[in-house]
Design a binder for this molecule. Structure first.
Ligand code: ATR
Length: 294
């Protein structure tokens, strides 16, 4: 990669952002495309979003990703497209003549990984754990995949009700049902659901266990990742004999969708990028049969 006076700058804003893998794969995408661009991380403190947006604009930054804790506030401060408006958060922003334009590619990242798992999902039951910000992007993707019944299970019942209300209003064709936060209820839905999804942050801390024993057949997908690939959720799912992937492929895929949106080009090769990062992290390659030949 060459950096010169014509290099276009992209980046990610978040707090903390030092652990982010985005610069690694985004610079890989840039290198493979031959573009004169670079992607860096910008640590932006929670109360610094507004001056940061002005500063990025003044410096001519062409586009950036947004991560925790700015996704919801950035939504308010940019011109969000229809997908981002349904999700209520943005993760990708680009410069336009009319100011900062924004979208949300998390749902595309999720959908691409689900497609990579090659499960028969049309009309099928899906069990979703969590009712926070990430669950809204997952919901958007599942609605587009025309799944049958979506059971949502969350510890805090008020947040669960709010998500169910939102889902019923935004996606009337999707059958969305609340599920009690208890083992028996989880067992019942596991028996029929080929896909389980976790969007809770349980298991991000060392030693934390997933609150339920999982069962049934099919796959399980975590929206969060750990460098070793073993989240509490993927461990619980593998224990049940399910194929399980953590959030790394989804992370790479949402980044590839952001790259395509910034540059108005085709999606870069996510599988090559995934294998490269897995190797760098020293972890076992995950199985995504629908992500192309190797
Ligand atoms: P994100 O934007 O990553 O979704 P969030 O909006 O803070 O983050 O949501 C976090 C999710 O993880 C919520 O579903 C939360 O459940 P509650 O609504 O019950 O708080 C869930 N979560 C976090 N820690 C949890 C724990 N120890 N046990 C169960 N659920 C947990």
């Amino acid at each position: 990669m060459k950096i010169d006076a014509m290099t276009t700058l992209y980046g990610i804003i978040g707090w903390p952002v030092s652990h982010s893998l985005s610069p690694l794969f985004q610079n890989g995408f840039i290198e493979h495309s031959g573009k004169n661009a670079a992607y860096v991380s910008f640590p932006v403190a929670p109360d610094q979003l507004e001056p940061a947006l002005d500063g990025l604009w003044a410096l001519g930054v062409a586009g950036f990703n947004v991560t925790v804790p700015h996704k919801e506030q950035a939504f308010v401060r940019t011109q969000a497209d229809a997908d981002a408006r349904l999700i209520g958060a943005v993760n990708t922003v680009r410069r336009s003549d009319a100011g900062w334009q924004a979208t949300n590619t998390d749902w595309q990242g999720f959908r691409s990984v689900v497609e990579g798992l090659q499960l028969p999902l049309q009309g099928a039951d899906v069990l979703l754990f969590g009712a926070g910000g990430t669950s809204r992007a997952v919901l958007h993707a599942l609605a587009s995949l025309q799944v049958g019944r979506l059971f949502i299970c969350n510890r805090n019942p008020d947040r669960l009700t709010a998500l169910i209300d939102h889902a019923r209003q935004a996606y009337p064709a999707l059958s969305c049902l609340p599920l009690a936060w208890e083992q028996q209820a989880v067992d019942r839905v596991c028996a029929t659901a080929p896909l389980l999804v976790n969007t809770t942050s349980v298991g991000l801390k060392d030693g934390q266990q997933f609150p339920f024993v999982l069962s049934g057949a099919g796959a399980a997908m975590d929206a969060v990742y750990r460098p070793d690939g073993d989240t509490a959720f993927t461990l619980a799912a593998r224990e049940a004999g399910r194929m399980a992937v953590d959030g790394l492929p989804m992370l790479i895929s949402q980044g590839a969708a952001a790259f395509a949106w910034w540059h108005d080009c085709a999606m870069p090769d996510c599988l090559a990028s995934l294998r490269h990062i897995e190797e760098q992290l020293g972890r076992t390659p995950c199985h995504l049969p629908g992500w192309g030949r190797e």
